[in-house]
Design a protein around this ligand. Structure first.
Ligand SMILES: *Cc1c(COP(=O)(O)O)cnc(C)c1O
Length: 647
């Protein structure tokens, strides 16, 4: 079910409040400095740039130059652009932050983080993370057999961890033991009690000692969309009695030395730092008590959940540094009080590492204006009184009475619909009433802009009347969270940011689904139902970016309406190149025939059938032979083409 933002304000971004439009104004309106974490900035010509080193004086990749290069290679939009330097930088960031806080706190353990690959399993993404993390022995986390197989093949570093969460069968556990046989640090995290029995039995049979972790259900709960990930009724983890029982079972089997890791994960995108403090306090206390019970735990795994600031506001009330300080200092304090040695710290942050590195670039190909019509509405002889009435009322509208006029117009429109249904009004007359009604509505919207006391109904009308910008992409493929959980993603023009955006618009995609739209955007005052965009005329080149799509969106996107995966462009920074970047790789998106083949169609047979049909028409003399050949080729070319609109 689609969730809508109930709090989305009916107020509007007051673009006119900026007397002079500058790139600073654009930065504020689109909150670029806030969600961008220093990776994005606007240049003097109004183009959005990527600062891969977060250094305003360092290299600067102009996204419009990237777009030009994509065009020159003949690659159609929409396209995913991955900035691998951002990914690398985020990996270094989390590792360096933990290292420096650990040093400063004189904490005796080390940081041994892992990247949970479910957040973005693309090989190139995982490869880049593993490579950037190698100096820090940064490992991987997997939650299913295919992910585990990927992790085993990707993380060959014997000094980093491979952590296995999720429900497991015998094959899964056997794969884990294979990792141990290869000398890797593969830790099986027990999510439910019976897995422990199964693991002990299997390891006995195979003759390989496992490395075991246990996930506990903490009482501490997060708020927000993932609150259900902890507490007694959560899906994963052992209750406190089960945790104790598991420790004792291992002891009775003489395997207490196999229990290496204590884990909890209280959910994603944790909004409040207080939840983090409470979970660490609770987790650290359980950890210490278990060590005192005789468990020889070496790792304290705080899971993921570090939030990122998608909407630029204070919906996440802490920084990475705040988070890391809480983890390290609270754990240290608790261990010192309980007289337990400091463990190594593991964290499983995924969203934090990947969200910023990729974006989706789409082109606007048209706009829809509600009720726009050129129908003549002048008075004619013997016209229906409803038409005369609405015209008359419309003629009286002023900034003082516009709400009253609107109410009357609304009533006349309703009466018109009834009269039409009763057969006493012609189609022409109904069309005239509606044309005048929409003209009045547009005037109402204009008057409401200068009226700070406009009613909620009128403000709602403004939202409803907002122009829809038609963008060449599918929400379901590229931004499923905006549809599924009402997540706000930064959406803004990639160029013209030095020009005042004149239109408050919503964004519609090309799927045949009325949910295929975005109508909740960030603004300096919180969620808004419209986004300021530049006036668009047919034929204009206008590019809009959906940012922070690097976490979860790639894999959760689906093929609604058979719109397939996007072309992907992998961009690297090169300080010595005049443009500061190069395109290292292009991964072509799905062709129509690929999408159809996943749905059990056979594109070859389809093409044959079409050819036979065309040949028949040629034989019957309905199509010229030459045209028949062209049409056959045309159909085949379409099968091999991109699923999205050609400009
Ligand atoms: C999904 C998941 C993560 C990653 O969470 P983020 O919010 O992306 O940091 C970490 N650990 C476990 C067990 C998970 O299920």
């Amino acid at each position: 079910m689609k969730q809508t933002y109930t709090q989305a304000n009916t107020r509007f971004q007051n673009i006119d409040a900026f007397e002079e439009w500058t790139t600073d104004a654009a930065d504020e309106v689109y909150q670029i400095s806030r969600w961008g974490e220093g990776y994005f900035a606007i240049n003097n010509s109004g183009d959005l740039c990527v600062l891969p080193k977060k250094d305003p004086k360092g290299p600067r990749i102009n996204m419009m130059e990237v777009i030009d290069e994509i065009k020159s290679k003949g690659l159609p939009f929409p396209s995913v652009i991955r900035f691998h330097d951002i990914l690398r930088s985020q990996v270094a960031n989390i590792n360096k932050t933990f290292r420096s806080v650990i040093e400063e706190a004189r904490f005796n353990g080390q940081y041994m983080g892992v990247y949970p690959i479910k957040v973005n399993q693309m090989r190139e993404v995982v490869e880049e993370i593993v490579d950037a993390g190698a100096p820090f022995n940064y490992g991987l986390e997997a939650g299913s057999k295919p992910e585990l197989m990927a992790a085993l093949a990707m993380n060959v570093n014997q000094n980093s961890l491979t952590i296995l969460n999720g429900y497991k069968d015998e094959e899964f556990l056997r794969l884990a033991l294979l990792g141990i046989q290869l000398g890797r640090k593969v830790i099986v995290v027990v999510e439910k009690y019976s897995e422990l029995l199964q693991l002990l039995e299997l390891s006995e049979k195979v003759g390989v000692e496992p490395m075991i972790g246990i996930r506990a259900k903490l009482a501490t709960k997060s708020s927000g969309k993932w609150a259900g990930s902890s507490g007694d009724y959560a899906k994963f983890g052992l209750t406190i009695p089960e945790v104790l029982q598991a420790t004792r079972l291992l002891k009775s089997h003489g395997k207490e030395h196999c229990l290496k890791l204590f884990h909890y994960h209280i959910g994603s995108q944790i909004p409040d730092i207080r939840t983090i403090k409470e979970s660490i306090t609770e987790g650290a206390r359980i950890f210490c008590k278990l060590v005192k019970e005789g468990a020889r735990l070496e790792y304290f795994d705080v899971g993921g959940g570090v939030g990122v600031n998608y909407d630029g506001t204070a919906s996440i009330n802490y920084t990475l540094k705040d988070y890391v300080e809480d983890v390290v200092y609270i754990l240290k304090q608790t261990c010192d009080l309980e007289d337990v040695p400091h463990p190594n710290i593991v964290s499983e942050s995924g969203r934090l590492v990947t969200a910023h590195h990729s974006c989706v670039v789409t082109n606007v190909f048209g706009t829809i204006e509600i009720g726009k019509s050129d129908l003549a509405t002048e008075k004619v002889l013997n016209e229906h009184v409803l038409v005369s009435n609405i015209r008359e009322r419309g003629g009286e509208i002023t900034d003082k009475n516009y709400q009253d006029v609107y109410a009357d117009a609304l009533k006349i429109k309703e009466d018109t619909e009834s009269a039409f249904k009763l057969g006493v009004l012609s189609l022409e007359e109904r069309a005239k009433v509606e044309t005048i009604f929409w003209k009045i509505s547009r005037m109402v919207v204009e008057f409401s802009k200068i009226d700070e006391y406009a009613s909620d109904e009128i403000l709602m009308l403004r939202n409803q009347m907002a122009q829809q910008y038609l963008c060449n992409f599918s929400v379901f493929q590229s931004a499923p969270d905006t549809w599924g959980i009402g997540q706000i993603l930064p959406i803004l023009p990639i160029h013209k940011l030095n020009e005042r955006p004149e239109v408050l618009a919503t964004v519609a995609d090309i799927t045949c689904d009325s949910d295929g739209k975005v109508d909740c955007f960030l603004s300096p005052d919180g969620p808004s139902q419209t986004v300021p965009l530049h006036t668009f005329k047919t034929g204009d080149e206008y590019y809009i970016g959906l940012f922070m799509t690097g976490a979860y969106q790639d894999i959760m996107g689906d093929m609604h309406n058979c719109f397939g995966r996007l072309n992907e462009v992998h961009v690297f920074c090169d300080d010595d190149d005049p443009t500061d970047f190069y395109i290292e790789e292009i991964i072509p998106g799905n062709r129509s025939e690929q999408v159809l083949a996943t749905l059990q169609y056979n594109p070859e047979t389809m093409a044959q059938t079409m050819k036979q049909n065309i040949d028949q028409q040629v034989k019957r003399g309905k199509i010229r032979p030459r045209e028949g050949v062209t049409l056959t080729d045309f159909y085949e070319n379409c099968l091999q083409g991109y699923t999205y609109l050609k400009r």
